[in-house]
Design a protein around this ligand. Structure first.
Ligand code: GTP
Ligand code: MG
Length: 193
């Protein structure tokens, strides 16, 4: 997949700041530090477009990346970062609610989980939240380069079972470093645009 143009057009903290052109959107959600921003960069083959960090809590705003003037990839702040105040957590909750429950141009949410671990309680909650609102979800189990290939099927199964995946929903094993799963994700994304 070749992208001609990818640019950040807005870092939003509230609805008023969202793009108004009604292009379709694909959101990327998941725990803080799971690799959302890296995922976006690897999908687009753009190092450093979305800011990444080895420390959790890097992305604090809803970032809209316009892709080939055709759709948006949306990087949202991660959940589950322990070192934030209650006030900040509430702000995050409000921001997420506003986006996921009211954004009409949202076509698909890519929910990132860590392929190495069973889904956490918060991962399960996020999946159920999205499903509750009837939103299409693709689960991407990332950092799979850190698992031996022979052990990957077992981890894939654990993610599926841990999230209690609804029929029709899929999990893709992914690596932002080695690009495993990239074609599969693009296929899924294109089907939802
Ligand atoms: P927040 O913005 O804080 O919510 O984090 P994030 O989910 O955007 O994570 P980010 O992309 O910043 O990545 C976090 C760390 O994980 C960085 O050190 C990345 O280099 C590393 N990382 C992300 N994806 C992968 C992957 O597929 N494989 C490996 N080995 N490391 C990864
Ligand atoms: Mg980030």
């Amino acid at each position: 997949k070749q992208i001609q143009k990818a640019e950040i057009v807005m870092s939003a903290v509230s609805q008023k700041q969202y793009p108004k052109d009604q292009l379709p959107e694909i959101a990327v959600a998941g725990r803080s530090n799971v690799g959302k921003s890296s995922f976006i960069n690897s999908l687009l083959s753009r190092k450093g477009l979305a800011r990444t960090s080895s420390k959790p809590g890097k992305t604090r705003t809803i970032n809209f990346f316009l892709i080939d003037e055709k759709f948006y990839l949306v990087d949202v702040p991660g959940y589950g970062y322990a070192k934030v105040s209650k006030q900040e957590r509430n702000k995050w909750g409000q921001m997420m609610d506003e986006y996921f429950t009211q954004r009409e141009s949202l076509q698909l949410t890519v929910l990132l989980v860590d392929a190495r671990h069973d889904p956490s309680e918060l991962d399960i909650q996020m999946y159920e939240f999205l499903k509750h609102y009837g939103l299409p979800v693709l689960v991407v189990a990332t950092k799979c380069d850190k698992i031996k290939p022979s052990k990957r099927p077992r981890h894939l199964k654990a993610v599926k079972e841990g999230l209690n995946l609804e029929p029709g929903d899929e999990v893709v094993l992914y690596s932002s470093e080695k690009l495993d799963g990239r074609n599969e994700v693009w296929k899924y994304v294109n089907d939802h645009l």
